[in-house]
Ligand binder design. Structure first.
Ligand code: SAM
Length: 311
């Protein structure tokens, strides 16, 4: 099946993830996907070498094909982007000039019913980006204690009815274990009722919460940002595209903290932390898709790009 994913904020990435033209440079694309951003960057910078990482084997295969014209300057490896510093060293790179993270799921992941990411299609309740990972969404729902389910729905879905949903999951799984996306959609309909006009469809946030938990997405992001900071050379740039407020908050806070010279509590009259800024913000505010892009690709609507430079 063709891997159809339209890269978001490509123009903005090319504008802000810049490299010197006069010397060989190295970039890690930690979320290779279909290789759309990587293709554009390899094309723009003939001296750029790129290490692409993805945890999804379908994405690696698709990107490998698409980026074949750049063989010699491009290598793809399976892994998570939280491991990017180790993967770079294994590749023989001690430092890099850029890191790109376009986090979240790709269109083929969402649009393939068998992957179980979408509540709109019936499929197995899977949601693993890495299909060899042990924990599926069904396993989480069928085995997690109630307190853990409440935490997942509250923290990752920001759902006010987290307790109610968790209690309903526990009751339902005693009758019959969860197996398909339609099992969970039926539970959402029963417990949450119909969405009012202007509200998100009810299962959206429940599915989002489970997906984040299955793939440890926020933990990955926190560790991935640290790893990027560690491996970037001075002047190297970190560009992160996120797709919901939980992720964007982590990126924003990480970049702002790292861009501060002093991180003492404000009540202290003099600085005693001796902290020096590690990053310089390139984008003061998150960049979002322009009208033309939104018209062509409505999935670009929630995307937020932030870029910072290593000091
Ligand atoms: C939005 S797509 C990237 C699209 C890509 N930038 C392009 O232009 O084609 C996100 C990709 O990141 C991968 N991914 C998400 N979280 C990951 C993680 N923690 N480690 C490695 N890959 C991850 C997904 O499997 C997916 O293929």
């Amino acid at each position: 099946m063709a891997f159809e994913h339209v890269s978001v904020l490509k123009k903005e990435v090319l504008e802000h993830l810049v490299f010197p033209q006069d010397r060989p440079c190295r970039l890690i694309d930690g979320t290779l996907g279909g290789g759309g951003h990587s293709f554009a960057l390899l094309e723009k910078y003939p001296h750029l070498e790129l290490l692409g990482i993805d945890r999804d084997e379908n994405a690696l295969a698709a990107a490998g094909e698409r980026l074949a014209p750049f063989a010699g300057r491009f290598k793809a490896v399976k892994g998570t982007y939280s491991q990017l510093a180790d993967l770079a060293r294994q590749h023989g790179w001690e430092q890099v000039d850029g890191v790109l993270l376009d986090i979240g799921v790709s269109s083929p992941q969402i649009d393939t019913a068998e992957r179980g990411f979408s509540w709109r299609e019936n499929g197995p309740l899977d949601m693993r980006m890495d299909q060899t990972a042990p924990t599926t969404a069904a396993r989480l729902l069928n085995r997690s204690p109630e307190t853990e389910l409440v935490r997942i729905f509250k923290e990752y879905g920001e759902l006010k009815q987290a307790r109610k949903i968790a209690a309903a999951v526990i009751a339902a799984r005693e009758e019959r274990p969860f197996a398909s996306t339609s099992d969970l959609v039926a539970l959402c309909d029963e417990v949450l009722g119909r969405a009012r006009k202007g509200e998100l469809p009810r299962p959206t946030l429940v599915f989002q919460a489970l997906r984040i938990a299955v793939n440890d997405e926020l933990g990955e992001l926190e560790r991935g940002l640290e790893a990027a900071l560690e491996i970037l050379s001075p002047g190297g740039r970190l560009a992160v595209i996120s797709f919901h407020s939980l992720e964007d908050r982590i990126v924003k806070n990480f970049m702002r903290e790292a861009a501060k010279d002093c991180i003492c509590p404000p009540r202290l009259p003099v600085c005693c932390c001796n902290h020096k800024a590690l990053l310089k913000l390139v984008t003061r505010h998150a960049l979002t898709a322009e009208k033309e892009e939104l018209e062509l690709n409505r999935r670009s609507a929630p995307a937020r790009l932030r870029v910072a430079e290593k000091c």
